[in-house]
Write a protein that binds this ligand. Structure first.
Ligand SMILES: Cc1cc2nc3c(=O)[nH]c(=O)nc-3n(C[C@H](O)[C@H](O)[C@H](O)COP(=O)(O)OP(=O)(O)OC[C@H]3O[C@@H](n4cnc5c(N)ncnc54)[C@H](O)[C@@H]3O)c2cc1C
Length: 138
Protein backbone atom coordinates (compact mmCIF):
# COMPACT_ATOMS: atom_id res chain seq x y z
CA UNK A 1 0.00 0.00 0.00
CA UNK A 2 1.13 3.53 -0.68
CA UNK A 3 0.01 6.53 1.35
CA UNK A 4 0.62 10.27 1.21
CA UNK A 5 1.13 10.36 4.93
CA UNK A 6 1.56 7.95 7.82
CA UNK A 7 0.80 8.87 11.40
CA UNK A 8 2.13 6.82 14.28
CA UNK A 9 -0.22 7.01 17.24
CA UNK A 10 -3.99 7.60 17.40
CA UNK A 11 -4.05 9.97 20.35
CA UNK A 12 -5.56 13.46 19.93
CA UNK A 13 -2.52 14.60 17.95
CA UNK A 14 -2.71 11.62 15.61
CA UNK A 15 -6.42 11.22 14.94
CA UNK A 16 -7.08 14.94 14.50
CA UNK A 17 -4.21 15.12 12.01
CA UNK A 18 -5.52 12.06 10.17
CA UNK A 19 -8.99 13.60 9.78
CA UNK A 20 -7.59 16.98 8.70
CA UNK A 21 -5.30 15.35 6.12
CA UNK A 22 -8.03 13.08 4.76
CA UNK A 23 -10.38 16.06 4.40
CA UNK A 24 -7.72 17.69 2.24
CA UNK A 25 -7.77 14.66 -0.03
CA UNK A 26 -4.62 12.94 1.20
CA UNK A 27 -4.46 9.19 1.71
CA UNK A 28 -3.55 8.54 5.32
CA UNK A 29 -2.35 5.50 7.25
CA UNK A 30 -2.57 5.74 11.03
CA UNK A 31 -1.03 3.11 13.29
CA UNK A 32 -2.07 2.51 16.90
CA UNK A 33 -0.52 -0.13 19.15
CA UNK A 34 -3.00 0.30 21.99
CA UNK A 35 -6.46 1.83 22.49
CA UNK A 36 -7.72 4.58 20.22
CA UNK A 37 -7.63 8.00 21.87
CA UNK A 38 -4.16 7.79 23.41
CA UNK A 39 -3.28 9.08 26.85
CA UNK A 40 -5.99 11.74 26.88
CA UNK A 41 -8.93 9.42 26.39
CA UNK A 42 -7.69 6.27 28.11
CA UNK A 43 -5.75 7.42 31.16
CA UNK A 44 -5.48 11.22 31.09
CA UNK A 45 -7.96 14.04 30.55
CA UNK A 46 -11.20 12.09 30.20
CA UNK A 47 -10.89 9.54 33.04
CA UNK A 48 -9.68 12.21 35.47
CA UNK A 49 -12.52 14.59 34.54
CA UNK A 50 -15.10 11.80 34.92
CA UNK A 51 -13.86 10.87 38.38
CA UNK A 52 -13.50 14.54 39.42
CA UNK A 53 -17.12 15.11 38.40
CA UNK A 54 -18.18 12.13 40.52
CA UNK A 55 -16.32 13.67 43.47
CA UNK A 56 -18.08 17.01 42.85
CA UNK A 57 -21.50 15.31 42.82
CA UNK A 58 -20.66 13.55 46.09
CA UNK A 59 -19.61 16.84 47.66
CA UNK A 60 -22.84 18.48 46.52
CA UNK A 61 -24.91 15.67 48.00
CA UNK A 62 -23.05 15.98 51.31
CA UNK A 63 -23.62 19.75 51.36
CA UNK A 64 -27.28 19.39 50.51
CA UNK A 65 -28.28 18.97 54.18
CA UNK A 66 -27.57 22.66 54.74
CA UNK A 67 -30.14 23.39 52.02
CA UNK A 68 -32.77 21.40 53.87
CA UNK A 69 -32.37 18.30 51.73
CA UNK A 70 -32.27 15.08 53.68
CA UNK A 71 -29.42 12.76 52.68
CA UNK A 72 -29.23 10.42 55.65
CA UNK A 73 -28.12 7.34 53.81
CA UNK A 74 -25.58 8.46 51.20
CA UNK A 75 -23.62 5.54 49.79
CA UNK A 76 -20.61 5.84 47.50
CA UNK A 77 -19.52 2.86 45.41
CA UNK A 78 -16.13 3.41 43.76
CA UNK A 79 -16.73 0.44 41.43
CA UNK A 80 -19.85 2.13 40.03
CA UNK A 81 -17.91 5.35 39.55
CA UNK A 82 -15.17 3.49 37.67
CA UNK A 83 -17.76 1.65 35.58
CA UNK A 84 -19.34 4.99 34.59
CA UNK A 85 -15.88 6.33 33.69
CA UNK A 86 -15.21 3.21 31.58
CA UNK A 87 -18.52 3.69 29.74
CA UNK A 88 -17.67 7.30 28.90
CA UNK A 89 -14.22 6.24 27.62
CA UNK A 90 -15.72 3.40 25.60
CA UNK A 91 -18.33 5.69 24.01
CA UNK A 92 -15.67 8.19 22.98
CA UNK A 93 -13.46 5.38 21.62
CA UNK A 94 -16.37 4.36 19.39
CA UNK A 95 -16.56 7.93 18.12
CA UNK A 96 -12.87 7.90 17.19
CA UNK A 97 -13.25 4.45 15.63
CA UNK A 98 -16.00 5.90 13.40
CA UNK A 99 -13.76 8.85 12.50
CA UNK A 100 -11.00 6.46 11.45
CA UNK A 101 -13.40 4.93 8.92
CA UNK A 102 -13.89 8.09 6.91
CA UNK A 103 -12.67 7.81 3.32
CA UNK A 104 -8.95 8.34 2.95
CA UNK A 105 -7.96 6.90 6.33
CA UNK A 106 -6.65 3.38 6.88
CA UNK A 107 -6.20 2.34 10.50
CA UNK A 108 -3.56 -0.26 11.34
CA UNK A 109 -3.59 -1.92 14.73
CA UNK A 110 -0.16 -2.75 16.11
CA UNK A 111 3.23 -1.25 16.79
CA UNK A 112 4.89 0.83 14.09
CA UNK A 113 8.62 0.85 13.64
CA UNK A 114 10.50 3.32 11.49
CA UNK A 115 13.07 1.29 9.58
CA UNK A 116 14.62 4.31 7.89
CA UNK A 117 13.43 7.71 6.71
CA UNK A 118 11.05 6.43 4.03
CA UNK A 119 10.46 2.86 5.01
CA UNK A 120 7.85 1.89 7.53
CA UNK A 121 7.52 -1.56 9.06
CA UNK A 122 3.91 -2.15 9.92
CA UNK A 123 2.29 -4.27 12.58
CA UNK A 124 2.50 -7.29 10.31
CA UNK A 125 6.23 -7.67 10.07
CA UNK A 126 6.18 -9.31 6.68
CA UNK A 127 5.23 -6.22 4.73
CA UNK A 128 6.22 -2.62 4.33
CA UNK A 129 4.07 0.35 3.47
CA UNK A 130 5.53 3.12 1.38
CA UNK A 131 4.64 6.69 2.15
CA UNK A 132 5.77 10.21 1.39
CA UNK A 133 5.43 11.91 4.78
CA UNK A 134 5.47 10.70 8.33
CA UNK A 135 4.16 12.15 11.58
CA UNK A 136 5.19 10.42 14.80
CA UNK A 137 2.27 11.53 17.02
CA UNK A 138 3.37 9.72 20.15
C1 LIG B 1 -3.55 12.39 34.14
C2 LIG B 1 -3.51 13.27 32.91
C3 LIG B 1 -4.49 14.26 32.76
C4 LIG B 1 -4.46 15.09 31.64
N1 LIG B 1 -5.43 16.06 31.52
C5 LIG B 1 -5.40 16.89 30.46
C6 LIG B 1 -6.38 17.92 30.30
O1 LIG B 1 -7.27 18.08 31.13
N2 LIG B 1 -6.31 18.72 29.22
C7 LIG B 1 -5.32 18.58 28.28
O2 LIG B 1 -5.30 19.36 27.32
N3 LIG B 1 -4.39 17.61 28.38
C8 LIG B 1 -4.40 16.78 29.44
N4 LIG B 1 -3.46 15.78 29.55
C9 LIG B 1 -2.44 15.69 28.50
C10 LIG B 1 -2.98 14.92 27.28
O3 LIG B 1 -3.34 13.60 27.68
C11 LIG B 1 -1.88 14.88 26.22
O4 LIG B 1 -1.50 16.21 25.92
C12 LIG B 1 -2.38 14.22 24.96
O5 LIG B 1 -2.83 12.91 25.21
C13 LIG B 1 -1.24 14.19 23.94
O6 LIG B 1 -1.78 13.63 22.75
P1 LIG B 1 -0.84 12.93 21.72
O7 LIG B 1 -1.72 12.46 20.60
O8 LIG B 1 0.29 13.82 21.38
O9 LIG B 1 -0.17 11.68 22.49
P2 LIG B 1 -0.89 10.46 23.22
O10 LIG B 1 -2.24 10.79 23.69
O11 LIG B 1 0.12 9.98 24.23
O12 LIG B 1 -1.05 9.37 22.07
C14 LIG B 1 0.06 8.69 21.54
C15 LIG B 1 -0.44 7.38 20.95
O13 LIG B 1 0.62 6.78 20.20
C16 LIG B 1 0.58 5.39 20.39
N5 LIG B 1 1.91 4.89 20.04
C17 LIG B 1 3.08 5.21 20.63
N6 LIG B 1 4.09 4.59 20.00
C18 LIG B 1 3.53 3.86 19.00
C19 LIG B 1 4.07 2.97 18.01
N7 LIG B 1 5.38 2.75 17.90
N8 LIG B 1 3.22 2.35 17.14
C20 LIG B 1 1.88 2.57 17.24
N9 LIG B 1 1.32 3.41 18.17
C21 LIG B 1 2.14 4.03 19.03
C22 LIG B 1 0.21 5.24 21.87
O14 LIG B 1 -0.32 3.96 22.14
C23 LIG B 1 -0.83 6.35 22.02
O15 LIG B 1 -2.14 5.88 21.75
C24 LIG B 1 -3.46 14.93 30.64
C25 LIG B 1 -2.50 13.91 30.78
C26 LIG B 1 -2.53 13.09 31.89
C27 LIG B 1 -1.46 12.00 32.02
Amino acid sequence: MEFNIIIIGAGPGGYETAVAAAKKGLSVAIVEKSDLGGTCLNCGCIPTKCLCHTAEVLELVKESTSHGISTNDVQFDIQNAIERKNQVVSQLQSGIDALMKIPGITLYRGEAQLVDTWDYQGPEHNHCNWFHNQIPAH
